[in-house]
Design a protein around this ligand. Structure first.
Ligand SMILES: *Cc1c(COP(=O)(O)O)cnc(C)c1O
Length: 368
């Protein structure tokens, strides 16, 4: 089966094989792996050792996102969120339910947000101290200009929280160049092609220390993750982590380095999205995004307007042809979501496009 969803992604056999062992989380050999992963992640983030630290948190991306919002936005404080996709909406809900005051900035979900979108809203309300935003919006495939927005926030003396869950390792945002960024978050199961199960925050150590006491939750307190590491070592854990997923992630990082790191992986994902976008157009389907707004992670496509088309039937028909895509959409208009990330190549994508054309024939003919 070819898994074409934007996480968890298709993985390499070496990564899956690393899971085939029993591991004690406090064992010294495992602690060495855990500490090494933290260092390697600061490197991938373009951070500065001693300034930035990796603060791991077990669970899905939402957990580490919530932890970042709770830790770096004080209770009752205002946070601006550019609302141009499903994951922005999720961030807003996480912040609101944690008791933070969310100022929503509505934007279209068909183009990336820029500093020109954000800054007037901040000027209009000086009480907003932090912007929380999604880097790659996995709902539609657009990329928000995190680097440009970060630069503008730095100049304005504001802070940034970045959901880089579907961007980290592929879209560059070098933390050393972005001191305005308190924290970015990502997970093990997306562009770094590991197993799902682990979230990671990469945060400024000074800010994480200054924010101690904000979280209002022990399990979701990134300041406490840092305090624990300083007290007990970078290989130490607070609560049981998914040890096999972590062991696999170390191998996934080896493969990332061997491929050539960020530039090489971005090039492969871009080649994947290009093959997908071109293939879809050749099938007569209509991409949701204009070409210049199309990011390198997920392609969304307008569902065929033929009344005989049914998404569930189509996803099942495609699965019978060996390709699995999302069976839901979260764009403003009905779409198909097809991931272009994971251990897949443009050849895989071209094979998938052939299957998509055939599955479309299957469902329309069957319904006829
Ligand atoms: C995948 C993703 C998340 C987290 O999703 P989980 O299902 O909680 O792992 C958050 N933000 C973005 C942009 C994502 O793509």
């Amino acid at each position: 089966m070819l898994l074409l969803i934007p996480g968890p992604v298709q993985t390499r056999p070496e990564v899956r094989a690393a899971m085939a062992q029993d591991i004690a989380p406090w064992d010294r050999d495992f602690q060495r792996v855990y500490a090494r992963i933290r260092e390697r992640i600061v490197g991938v983030a373009g951070g500065t050792p001693g300034v930035h630290a990796t603060l791991p948190l077990q669970g899905a991306g939402h957990f580490v996102s919530e932890a970042a919002l709770r830790t770096f936005v004080a209770p009752g404080a205002k946070v601006l969120i550019p609302m141009n996709g499903a994951y922005a909406q999720r961030m807003a809900r996480l912040a609101r339910e944690a008791g933070r005051v969310v100022v929503e900035l509505p934007l279209p979900d068909t183009r990336g947000a820029t500093a020109a979108d954000i800054m007037p809203a901040l000027e209009a309300d000086p009480a907003i101290g932090t912007v929380a935003m999604v880097f790659n919006e996995t709902g539609s495939g657009i990329v928000n200009d995190a680097n440009g927005i970060g630069d503008a926030l730095r100049a304005a003396g504001k802070r940034l929280i970045l959901d880089a869950v579907s961007a980290f390792g592929v879209l560059p945002f070098p933390l050393a160049d972005h001191p305005e960024c308190d924290v970015l978050v990502f997970t093990s199961g997306k562009c770094l092609e590991g197993m799902p199960g682990m979230g990671f925050a990469v945060a400024r150590i000074d800010r994480a220390e200054a924010c101690a006491g904000n979280a209002g939750s022990w399990s979701l307190d990134l300041s406490d993750v840092l305090a624990n590491a300083k007290r007990s070592g970078w290989g130490s854990i607070r609560f049981t982590p998914p040890v096999q997923a972590i062991a696999a992630f170390d191998v996934a990082l080896d493969l990332y380095d061997a491929e050539g790191g960020q530039k090489a992986r971005l090039a492969r994902y871009r080649a994947n999205t290009d093959a997908l976008y071109d293939g879809i157009v050749a099938l007569g389907l209509k991409p949701y995004l204009a070409r210049e707004q199309q990011g390198p992670v997920i392609v969304t496509i307008h569902q065929p307007t033929d009344p005989r088309f049914d998404l569930m039937d189509f996803v099942e028909a495609l699965k019978r042809r060996g390709v699995l895509i999302s069976n839901f959409y979260n764009t403003a208009a009905p779409t198909l979501r097809i991931g272009a990330i994971g251990a897949v190549t443009p050849d895989d994508i071209r094979r998938a496009v052939g299957a998509i054309g055939a599955a479309l024939d299957d469902v329309l003919a069957k319904a006829a």
